[in-house]
Design a protein around this ligand. Structure first.
Ligand SMILES: Nc1ncnc2c1ncn2[C@@H]1O[C@H](COP(=O)(O)OP(=O)(O)OP(=O)(O)O)[C@@H](O)[C@H]1O
Ligand SMILES: [Mg+2]
Length: 343
């Protein structure tokens, strides 16, 4: 299903947020929300972007979309550079990419019927004929498994799972080729989660879509993604095919995430942080590896030299000095550390 040339290519992307507030005469260090990230997504692929809360997933997604300006680095869409533009031009150049919001209800106007919201989107995109707009809306509601009469209802009349379907229909009306899905199943119970995931797989197959799928839930990522990128404090620290990540994780952070996976299914606030301690500040400048303070195998080399993301095996890249193809970091070490810290 995947082609050879990437549909999206992110090159050494860095995004600094906040920082000095001139009007308050305050000097606040900027947050390095995305730090030197490179990532390719091929047509038809589902890439899962995983990491604990605050690691920069949404910022990366918003920057890919053009909703957030990059500080440095490049973004290529179908081989053409689409970064380094004003926000308005950036969004226009990236109209093939659409965003499914972390909070489905917040993305819809509570005072407008679903039909009005969806038709308005089509009008903005130049569909002048009212009957044509209504027919297209009915077609898309059906495509996401809703009855066309849903067009007459208001956002508060839908369940969480139905609202995710509505936001998907809204994006699909714009004929995107790449969807950035930001936690599309968070807050849904298991059975509704499963139907939304099945719908996403079905839409990919039927419409030839490509997804950047953001989640902190490893079980969901395992179910949906072809490839996974693990993010830690703004950086991608490991990327490989999904089966490889789950069978042979190499970065100590990925191993801790996998060891703590059942806990991640619970509330975000009680997620991996309680298992392995707090992450360091995003504003802190790290001389060596940003994970060294929480790493069970960190050495002086890690404290002084940042590990680059390097290819360890075919299609398996890891940013750890000690990642090796034949003899990766012993799993027991990290698992024991995780359990000990949780007590
Ligand atoms: N406008 C802003 N100004 C300053 N810092 C910000 C701003 N927006 C986000 N941040 C910081 O940037 C970092 C990355 O935030 P981001 O929302 O991308 O994380 P995330 O991985 O999506 O987290 P979550 O899983 O909770 O959604 C966080 O430390 C956050 O506090
Ligand atoms: Mg987020």
């Amino acid at each position: 299903m995947t082609g050879t040339e990437p549909i999206l290519s992110v090159r050494s992307l860095t995004v600094l947020l906040g920082g000095r507030r001139r009007w308050l005469r305050q000097s606040v260090p900027p947050v390095r929300a995305v730090n030197d990230v490179s990532l390719d997504i091929r047509p038809g692929e589902i890439v899962g972007l995983v990491g604990e809360s605050g690691c920069g997933k949404t910022t990366l997604g918003r920057t890919v979309l053009g909703l957030q300006r990059e500080t440095s680095g490049e973004i290529h869409l179908d081989g053409a550079v689409v970064s380094g533009m004003s926000p308005a031009k950036a969004r226009l150049a990236r109209k093939a990419i659409q965003y499914v919001h972390q909070d489905a209800a917040a993305a819809l106007d509570p005072w407008w019927s679903i039909g009005r919201t969806l038709r308005e989107g089509l009008l903005i995109h130049g569909m002048r004929d009212a009957a044509e707009r209504s027919a297209k809306v009915a077609e898309m509601l059906t495509a996401v498994g809703l009855d066309p009469t849903a067009a007459q209802r208001y956002p508060h009349e839908f369940s969480g799972g139905q609202l995710r379907r509505v936001t998907l229909a809204r994006m699909l009306l714009l004929s995107p080729r790449l969807l950035v899905l930001d936690e599309p199943t968070s807050g849904l119970d298991m059975s509704v989660q499963a139907t939304v995931l099945n719908l996403l797989l079905e839409l990919r197959a039927r419409l030839g879509l490509t997804y950047l799928f953001i989640s902190h839930d490893l079980s969901v990522v395992e179910r949906l993604s072809d490839r996974v990128a693990i993010m830690y404090l703004g950086r991608v620290v490991e990327t490989a095919a999904t089966a490889t990540i789950f069978a042979r994780p190499m970065h100590p952070y990925t191993r801790v995430l996998l060891a703590a996976a059942p806990r991640l299914d619970r509330a975000k606030d009680t997620g991996v942080d309680t298992v392995i301690g707090d992450p360091p500040s995003h504003t802190q400048v790290h001389v060596g590896c940003a994970f060294v303070g929480r790493c069970p195998i960190g050495t002086d080399l890690c404290r002084t030299t940042p590990p680059p993301l390097r290819s360890i095996e075919n299609g398996h890249d890891v940013a750890c000095h000690y990642a090796q193809p034949a003899d990766p970091v012993p799993a027991g070490t990290v698992r024991m550390h995780a359990v000990a810290s949780a007590k």
